[in-house]
Design a protein around this ligand. Structure first.
Ligand code: OAD
Length: 243
């Protein structure tokens, strides 16, 4: 059973926290109009994200994968941060130790003003060349060619995001792990908690003695371990939690 939102105990945990780590997922951007991966609207032309966000899919059909990314980029380009993103950016400014760990590649946390930010799965606006390794930022929507090619070596460009089956950047993962180990409050918002190693960060925090609070309209695989599961949308709950 999920609890009614924002009990005195929950508010005290939020107000008293000195070291906060936050893990966010696609749900925090849902209210900005960006579809989540696993809910309704996650499909694109009958493809599931799990079929497209893989090295194998890219090797087989880079044009198709880039068309999907261009579709996501067009939605993201039109989106603005919502009250949930803004509340987290504001919270960062009032907490001595604060780390926002996001699985999202949309850049909306940064746009909202978050700076102590760990982008676990990369960023959709960056490209990486499969030939020379060159990294670039490219915000053109739509891209002029599918798939795009490197301006230096003409190699095939890919989005600088983590795909299923790929490892996270070790430095990025270390920063996220340390923040999760050190925090006294771990907030997890808008994620189904099924993708590793992100989901395990909540378990790490729990084992290190942190209070774990979840914000999600639905139950997730992390609800059972959270001390408090707040049933609602992040754009509604986060501004009130952080007020
Ligand atoms: P999912 O699509 O798996 O889960 C989104 C979660 O957000 C669900 O639990 C929803 O109930 C919840 N949700 C929906 N609307 C919400 C709202 N307004 N406020 C709060 N929560 C809401 O997305 P992620 O958990 O982010 O990885 O998925 C994890 C990873 O899987 C992604 O980073 C991506 C994906 O494949 C890669 O691309 C590697």
């Amino acid at each position: 059973m999920m609890e009614p939102v924002l009990s005195a105990e929950v508010m005290d945990a939020a107000r008293g926290a000195q070291r906060v780590a936050v893990l966010t997922g696609a749900g925090v951007s849902a209210e900005s109009g960006i579809p989540t991966f696993r809910g309704a609207g996650g499909l694109w032309k009958d493809h599931r994200p799990e079929e497209l966000a893989t090295p194998e899919a890219f090797a087989e059909d880079p044009k198709l994968v880039w068309e999907w990314y261009d579709w996501r980029r067009s939605l993201i380009a039109a989106a603005i941060p919502n009250p949930g993103h803004r509340a987290l950016a504001e919270w960062e400014r009032s907490i001595p130790e604060f780390t926002l760990i996001t699985q999202n590649v949309d850049g909306l946390h940064h746009l909202a003003g978050s700076r102590r930010l760990v982008e676990l799965h990369g960023n959709i606006w960056r490209t990486r060349c499969g030939g020379c390794g060159r990294m670039d930022e490219d915000r053109r929507v739509p891209l002029p060619e599918h798939p795009p090619h490197c301006s230096t070596c003409r190699g095939l460009l890919r989005p600088d995001v983590i795909w299923f089956g790929e490892s996270l950047d070790p430095d990025v993962l270390t920063t996220a792990t340390e923040a999760s180990n050190r925090c006294d409050l771990f907030l997890v918002a808008g994620t189904s908690g099924v993708v590793e190693p992100a989901a395990s960060l909540a378990r790490l925090a729990l084992q290190s003695g942190a209070t774990v609070i979840e914000v999600n309209p639905d139950r997730t695989s992390l609800s059972a371990i959270a001390h408090h599961s707040l049933a609602g949308r992040s754009g509604d709950i986060l501004p009130r939690l952080i007020a």
